[in-house]
Design a binder for this molecule. Sequence first.
Ligand SMILES: [Zn+2]
Length: 452
Amino acid sequence: MVSSRDHGVGEPPRAVSKLQALVRIPTVSHREHGRVDAAAFDEFVAELARQFPLLHERLALTRVHTHGLLFHWPGASAERPVVLMAHLDVVPVEGDWQHDPFGGSVVDGSIWGRGTLDDKGCLAAICEAVETLLERDVTPAQDVWLSFGCDEEVYGTAASRAVEVLRERRVRPWFVLDEGGAIAHEAVPGVRRPVAVVGVTEKGVMSLHLRAEGRGGHASTPARNGPTVRLARAVARLDRSPMSSSVPTPTIELFRRLAPHAPLPLRPLLANAGRFGPALARAMTALGPESAAMVRTTFAITTLRGSPALNVIAATATAGVNVRIMLGDTAESVLSHVRRVVGDRVEIDVLEAHEPSPLSPYSTGETRDDAFGLVEETIGEVFPDAVTAPYVMMAATDSRHFTEISDRVYRFAPFRMTKAQREAIHSYDEHLGVDDFLDGVRWYRRLIERLG
Ligand SMILES: [Zn+2]
């Protein structure tokens, strides 16, 4: 159903056709460089210029990395610059889609296709907000930068280059806004109101190899406690030895804000989550993998390698461990935990390690942060039914690079998303409601207009 709230039935509004055009260009990221279709990215950059002519005429563009774009829109003041982020690459298509993933068709009131939610929707909404303000000759009160990465889904190199450019130009953003949170419908059991979650930190990521070595040889004369067995024991020990859990401060604030909207028996517990901290953390680890991931560092055993042949004993056995580091833990504390758990007959190789990102300030019952407050009030204006709250992001975004030059990095996409829509990200049937997209355009426009 195409709504007729602001536009006629049949003819999609201008902003929608722009997003459709962008979705139709398959800017798919791959880890292997050779598989990236550079022509598609060239076409995307050209299409963006066609769709947003004023933006390209009035804003200064710096190209970063291969197809990253950094636009500068000078405001009345450069004192408190703001960065709005998005990315133009998408993950490969998988699964069985109801509609062509690169068709960008409007069906049942939604725009369908890879990238509508992650993250061309944000990119098109930001550009359309800027374009319409330029049409009205608006000058923002503060400098506005638009940073659009081209490899967010793989390396995030464009975002780190954009940070270098800003650092060279001595730009210290007042705040940075990237994808991440959303106006999540059906997010919390028992809470009927949608929750507008604004990410204020990201868990860290670490990849490890556990490695056991010993004598290989013929499978007819096995020795006890060979590499494979020692590795298996280490893996099993790690699985039953989690790190300690605790409810992080943004989650306590999230609970406090949800309390008035939760079922009556839960209200006192949520409102006083800080006081019940340790008991609540324990309860959450027991509730299931999602809530457990909210309160502690997690270890996922992913790859396993032993002998390539059925009749040969492995001289080396390895297990890949993907670690998501909780706020409060560090790569070092995780490593010493793993070392203690697996014992000294198993080696640990660190393949990569990124600490949890620093915590950006947010408003609480007692204190108000101006930047978070601006984001929160703009949400309240455009999505009056939503409860806004800070939260800890489980996934990593391009914006982590910006924590090097800004104290306030917020992760929020101003789109309503159902549970099914959130699950469609990186999966199949990704789609964004037409009205929800237009509300997102309005949200970015109001955010820029509200800069003081
Ligand atoms: Zn994304």
